[in-house]
Design a binder for this molecule. Sequence first.
Ligand code: NAP
Length: 337
Amino acid sequence: MRKIQKVVLSSRPDGVLKTDNFQLLEGNCPSIGEGQFLIKNSYLSLDAGFRQWMNEGASDNYLSAMPLGEAVQSIVLGEIVESRHPDYPVGVHVVGRTAWETYSIADGSDLMTIVDVGNGVTEEHHLSVLGPSGMTAYFGLRDIGKAKAGDTVLVSAAAGGVGSLVGQMAKILGCRTIGISSSDKKCKWLTTDLQYDDVINYNSEPGLDKSIKALAPDGVDVYFDNVGGEMLDTVLPHLALKARVVLCGAISQYDDDSHAGVRNMWELITKRARAEGFMFSDYVDDYEDAATVISQWVAEGKLNAPVSLTHGISTTAAAFCDMLTGKNLGKSLVKLF
Ligand SMILES: NC(=O)c1ccc[n+]([C@@H]2O[C@H](COP(=O)([O-])OP(=O)(O)OC[C@H]3O[C@@H](n4cnc5c(N)ncnc54)[C@H](OP(=O)(O)O)[C@@H]3O)[C@@H](O)[C@H]2O)c1
């Protein structure tokens, strides 16, 4: 009998998420039914957005609140090892939304896509630059941010899974990029490895407000907002005329359900600016076209896909907590097999 290991949400976080909120369990792998297939998961994708669905009462907000005692929802990549589904044969690789577990049973729903590995495209690419993070960066920048050559693009959480790609893609489009991060070490990495033109360590003097003013005296054309809350408020007075604010994520708010109000909305009026939210899954029909463009950028060496990797399912909870507190550089992944 095949064994399965999974990490379950064992208690609701009270503020900051801790490894104590999770438990690693082992049991027998259930059998698949008609129309189902079994995936042997080789990678788990750690995505900050899932944090908010760990809170009580997060239901009806895109996804439902994760039930206690069940494996934590996650995007995964794996190989099909058993199948009773005609469209998902044994041997193919798939990416989809299942859970933090070594094997997943799926039926083809929940963003399940067959992917090709080889010819320079790795499994890691499918969960980073060609996966949800890459699609979020690409469509957020292109469709919501309408970034164009000459724009000044400011990115928060710039060293993370999404932010590390946004900056590079903006450079490819001919924009000037400014990345925001939490330490000098991460800021240095942004300029050396990701070609950010300028960086701001929001924890050091002269602080975010003065730094944006100094680096973008004519204003920010596109603000790619991964953080929300106070950071968003601080950026709004620095928008250029007709600026676009890409509301991608609000990581500063996920530990606290109160979702602090934004006070500087007036700036959007006087700057004739636009702020718009989106979810990467809105663009599922356009992924293939985006993947063609992104793969070309990777093949030409214009786009790096940096990952922070840990090994083994037992590292998952700590790696997720570490990512939320900024210990990662690039996309956080767990390699299982
Ligand atoms: N709309 C969509 O479809 C979509 C899809 C994917 C992700 N997202 C959003 O994109 C954002 C990034 O997600 P990700 O998975 O790529 O995570 P990530 O950026 O790899 O990791 C999160 C980063 O956020 C920063 N951070 C954490 N708490 C912060 C705070 N209080 N203030 C400022 N920065 C803070 C940390 O970087 P520093 O050390 O630099 O502060 C940390 O490394 C999240 O908000 C997520 O919800 C949205």
